[in-house]
Design a protein around this ligand. Structure first.
Ligand code: OXD
Ligand code: MN
Length: 581
């Protein structure tokens, strides 16, 4: 049944190791989906949500200890520890295989082993890559068929080549003690056991499209980034594509499919999480979205914050760890209307409105085909991808970073990305709200030494004769009263407008030590009612705060020793100088 020899050999190897009852090679068909759903309804791993209001949609409740990415159990397994760098957990490949082989041994006894060929990227694109995930979870298969172009289409793209990414996944016994997510960039292999959670188990996403692909992209001269891709069209019909990197659960999905508050402006969505970028013949960076679906954070998503996401989840969706209303509809904090009086919470317990408890898990998710989203266009399938005019870095910062600034040039932009700091969120286990360095929002996702990664960014800037302009935004700045200063959501178009006006040479900016900040009159704040009082706080670059920031940057950059490109130290020194002059 499997014609590709390398694939067939690997499947036999895994079968001998994991000892499943049966092997199913997935073709991506509707009939296959129906079979998997029926089976999952029968064994209780899926429940159907109200088919009248949410047709073709299902609900999955995960183990309560398996609800987010587990970064402390995620490893880069390359031969030399230094090649993983100071920001990754490292395990020697032999040690990883020795540790995980006994866990995989017989792990699929009594279970079905699914072989899931998938294509990351549009059909026919030179940027696209094939992976195969072997898993014992039907929930994983159902999610992979939404998140990737799965089945026959991937088998066709692979042909008889052997260079596919090999991902082996088993839920094992779901125990965090026996949970490991191991990446072998040198052999483009992933071994993940003990978790069924999205980022740990849907191996096409973070494991392949970011960790393995970042290392592969460096070797082959392209980039894999934790970025949304959007198209912004002005009332005059001028379109710019923008790629933006934000840490997990900082509003990437919201920005990617925003409904602009300014009349006549339009946002189209190419991707909401991952971008693969290469240099085009025209010297620009061109981006594809390797994914075909969205795995979005549910809480906080409502018709006011993200109407396009709300439209997307109305059919053909898989909900994970949300709450269910008495009429069997999904519900989460921040959804429209009043909370229900009663519900079943994400753990299946009765919940009441006044309880003070959260009904949905803060990292509960929806999985939907990208094409469900009203703002997604045919761009998502364009084999060439789209040309990028601007790259945006963004973090969740109460202080320090102004609403927006432009970097002085590409090299300074790389420094801005490399020194990004953001407060942690519920997307990963651990404390929430703690500031941490998250370079290019790739801290948990870079498959090699980040010192070398910064070097790769600098090299890509040299390779591109017409690179995008680089900006930094912060929607989360608070005022003296501790409240957010910026309304965010649809009003973020005002910042995007300023960015495209800068590209076109139309908007003014003021030089500050950190970069170019809008002059108050260059930002379109019409109808916003935010003026003289808040604006200075939003755009302020406070020298004392940034001098403290310099020290944090120094401590972080020092970690990379001689793997840090000297250009970043020059940028650090230049910032120091600008701050003291
Ligand atoms: C995600 C994440 O799921 O970044 O996209 O955690
Ligand atoms: Mn993400």
């Amino acid at each position: 049944m499997i014609k590709n020899e390398a694939l067939s050999r690997w499947v036999e190897e895994v079968k001998a190791l994991c000892e499943p009852d049966q092997v199913v090679v997935c073709d991506g068909s509707e009939a296959e989906r129906d079979r998997l759903i029926e089976l999952s309804l029968r064994d209780g791993s899926l429940l159907q949500v109200n088919p009248a209001t949410y047709p073709n949609s299902y609900f999955h409740r995960s183990s309560p200890t398996d609800v987010a990415r587990t970064e402390h159990l995620t490893f880069i397994c390359c031969e030399k520890k230094d090649d993983a760098g100071p920001t990754n957990n490292w395990m020697a490949p032999d040690d990883a295989r020795a540790k995980l082989t006994p866990l995989f041994k017989g792990a699929m006894k009594g279970r079905t082993m699914y072989v899931v060929p998938y294509l990351m990227g549009p059909v026919g694109s030179p940027s696209s890559r094939v992976g195969v995930e072997i898993t014992d979870s039907a929930y994983v298969v159902l999610n992979m068929r939404v998140m990737t172009r799965m089945g026959a289409v991937a088998v066709d793209a692979l042909g008889d080549r052997a260079d596919f990414v090999r991902g082996l996944h088993s839920t094992g016994d779901l125990s965090p003690e026996r949970r490991f997510i191991c990446h072998f960039p040198e052999t483009r292999t992933i071994w993940s056991i003990g978790s069924g959670y999205g980022g740990n188990a849907l191996l096409g996403k973070k494991c392949h499209a970011l960790r393995i692909a970042s290392a592969q992209g460096r070797a082959e001269g392209w980039m894999a980034e934790h970025m949304l891709i959007l198209g912004l069209t002005s009332p005059a019909g001028e379109t710019h594509y923008i790629a933006a990197a934000f840490p997990s659960a900082c509003g990437k999905t919201n920005l990617a499919m925003m409904v602009p508050s300014l009349p006549g402006w339009k946002v189209t969505t190419v991707g909401d999480d991952i971008a693969w970028l290469r240099v085009g013949d025209d010297g620009r960076l061109w981006a594809i979205n390797p994914e075909a679906g969205m795995f979005g954070v549910a809480p906080g998503t409502g018709s006011k914050t993200n109407p396009n996401a709300m439209a997307s989840v109305k059919h053909d969706a898989i909900f994970t760890n949300v709450a269910l209303t008495p009429s069997n509809e999904p519900w989460w904090e921040g959804m429209d209307g009043d909370p229900p009086e009663t519900a079943t919470d994400w753990q299946g317990r009765p919940w009441t409105r006044g309880s003070g408890e959260k009904a949905a898990h803060p990292n509960s998710r929806f999985t939907v085909p990208a094409k469900n989203c009203p703002s997604v266009t045919a761009d998502i399938d364009a084999p060439s991808g789209v040309p990028i005019s601007a790259i945006i870095f963004g973090g969740r910062r109460a202080k320090a970073a102004p609403l927006v600034f432009e970097s002085l040039d590409w090299q300074h932009g790389v420094f801005v990305g490399a020194t990004m700091v953001s407060e942690t969120t519920a997307a990963a286990t651990g404390a929430v709200g703690v500031p941490r360095n998250d370079p290019m929002a790739m801290l948990p996702f870079c498959g090699y030494n980040m010192g070398d990664y910064f070097g790769h960014w600098l090299a890509m800037g040299k390779k591109a004769s017409n690179p995008p302009k680089v900006f930094h935004v912060n929607w989360f700045r608070t005022g003296p009263d501790g409240k957010f200063l910026w309304p965010g959501f649809g009003d973020n178009v005002r910042v995007l407008k300023w960015i495209t006006d800068r590209i076109a040479g139309r908007a003014e900016a003021k030089r500050t030590p950190v970069g170019l900040v809008p002059t108050p009159s260059s930002l379109d704040l019409s109808g916003l009612g935010i003026g003289d009082e808040k604006l200075p706080h939003l755009l302020d670059v406070d020298a004392a705060t940034w001098k403290a920031e310099l020290e944090l940057q120094r401590a972080f950059l020092t970690k990379f020793g001689d793997r840090l490109p000297k250009e970043l130290w020059s940028e650090h020194a230049a910032l120091e100088q600008r701050l003291s002059s």
